[in-house]
Design a protein around this ligand. Structure first.
Ligand SMILES: [Zn+2]
Ligand SMILES: [Zn+2]
Length: 124
C-alpha cells in the first residue's frame, strides 16, 4: 500500500500542542505551530482511531475560537474620545483608526456613538 494514501486518510495532531500536522511527503509529519516532527509510520494506529471517531476533530471549534479572538482585538483598538455625537448629543464617542491608502495620505478615523449607534468617518 502507498504510505502517502494512508496518511491522507485522516488528520493527525501534534503530540505536543495539538495542532494539525502537515505531511511533508517524505513520511515525515511537521507541526505547523511548534515545528515538532514525527515519523508518519508511527501514526498508523492513530489514523485508524481518528477515522472511527470523526466527531473528535476540533477544527470547527478552533475556527470559532479564532473569530472571537479577532472580535476581542477589535474592541481593544477602539477607544473613547470626548466628541459630541451629531445625532443624539452624547458627549463621548468611541473611535478607531484605519490606514486605507498609502501612508502619506493619512488615515481614516471612524467614530461610533455608543449611545445611539450613529457612525461617521473623517479623513485626517
Ligand atoms: Zn505542535
Ligand atoms: Zn449618538
Amino acid at each position: 500500500m502507498n504510505p502517502d494514501l494512508k496518511i491522507s486518510s485522516g488528520p493527525i495532531f501534534c503530540h505536543q500542542c495539538g495542532t494539525l500536522m502537515i505531511n511533508t511527503g517524505d513520511d515525515v509529519l511537521v507541526c505547523s505551530a511548534c515545528n515538532a516532527e514525527k515519523n508518519a509510520v508511527e501514526y498508523d494506529d492513530i489514523i485508524i482511531v481518528t477515522k472511527s471517531n470523526p466527531k473528535s476533530f476540533p477544527s470547527k471549534l478552533r475556527l470559532r475560537r479564532s473569530k472571537i479572538q479577532q472580535l476581542d482585538r477589535y474592541k481593544e483598538e477602539s477607544a473613547r474620545i470626548k466628541e459630541k455625537c451629531p445625532k443624539c448629543g452624547n458627549d463621548e464617542m468611541s473611535y478607531h483608526t484605519m490606514q486605507l491608502r498609502s501612508a502619506d495620505e493619512g488615515q481614516t478615523v471612524f467614530y461610533h456613538c455608543p449611545n445611539c449607534g450613529y457612525k461617521f468617518s473623517i479623513n485626517s
